[in-house]
Design a protein around this ligand. Structure first.
Ligand code: OAD
Length: 231
């Protein structure tokens, strides 16, 4: 069986990280156009750095750890029951890595990476504060780096690889995502076109629930381990 899994902010909610669109979520406290667009970064880089510095710092809080949902996905992949297993995440946290997931693509970027807009170098494993004074570790120029996050209006990463996997998948699972942001919200339609079984895991219905064959309502930390045990 070829499996593609898409995760969103909901899977990390019980690890202590806020979602974007739930009550009190990140977009309730911040305007997208102030912190998550290329224009915002040009207008006020310090504000954008501050937003992502706070998000990155949270990853090092002792309470922020992978939960049973992240762990179940990593364990399932390790067991090797599927012919192929691709985990695509919209999340920029590192909880899937911490849980042990291997075949993982961060389509919206990674909080622990910074990218130089001058030489293109990506510095992985970036744990510090990131400022307008940061010096690129490759070209040594000051002030040219930006968070390695896909902002609104930018092209998500790894799309060719993701589309190829979706077109060949037998099972597509979408976990903890509201279905408001494309192209990720449209993945279920591609999986349907490939004839895959499509399953949504969410506390509630999403904007694209109608496109799924099955819905497992509840916290992913409970529904996911049970579901994966029975595949
Ligand atoms: P959202 O905040 O839009 O949606 C989170 C979803 O998770 C909601 O549908 C919740 O019902 C669900 N949820 C919350 N807790 C859950 C739990 N314990 N178990 C299962 N489901 C739960 O987050 P995303 O859909 O990930 O992009 O947002 C997509 C993109 O929009 C993000 O990657 C980000 C944002 O703007 C960028 O920043 C580029």
């Amino acid at each position: 069986m070829n499996i593609v899994v898409l995760t969103g902010a909901g899977i990390s909610k019980e690890s202590g990280l806020n979602t974007f669109r739930d009550e009190g979520g990140l977009w309730a406290g911040h305007k997208v156009e102030d912190v998550a667009t290329p224009e915002a970064f040009v207008r006020n880089p310090a504000l954008v750095h501050d937003f992502y510095n706070q998000r990155r710092a949270q990853l090092f809080e002792s309470a922020v750890k992978p939960n049973a949902g992240h762990l179940a996905l990593a364990e399932f992949e390790k067991d090797g029951k599927a012919n192929s297993f691709l985990l695509v995440t919209q999340n920029v946290d590192n909880l899937h890595e911490q849980a042990g997931s291997k075949n993982l693509l961060h389509m919206h970027g990674d909080l622990l990476s910074v990218r130089c807009t001058s030489c293109g170098h990506k510095q992985a494993d970036w744990k510090e504060q990131h400022t307008t004074e940061t010096i690129c570790t490759a070209c040594s120029v000051k002030g040219t780096t930006r968070p390695d996050i896909v902002w609104f209006g930018e092209m998500p990463y790894f799309m060719d690889e993701i589309y190829k996997a979706l077109m060949n998948c037998d099972l597509f699972m979408a976990i903890g995502t509201s279905g408001h942001v494309y192209p990720a919200a449209g993945f279920v339609e591609l999986a349907n076109a490939a004839g895959a079984r499509t399953v949504e895991f969410n506390l509630d219905h999403s904007a694209v629930s109608h496109a799924f064959d099955e819905h497992l309502l509840g916290s992913a930390s409970e529904t996911l381990p049970k579901f994966l045990k029975n595949i």
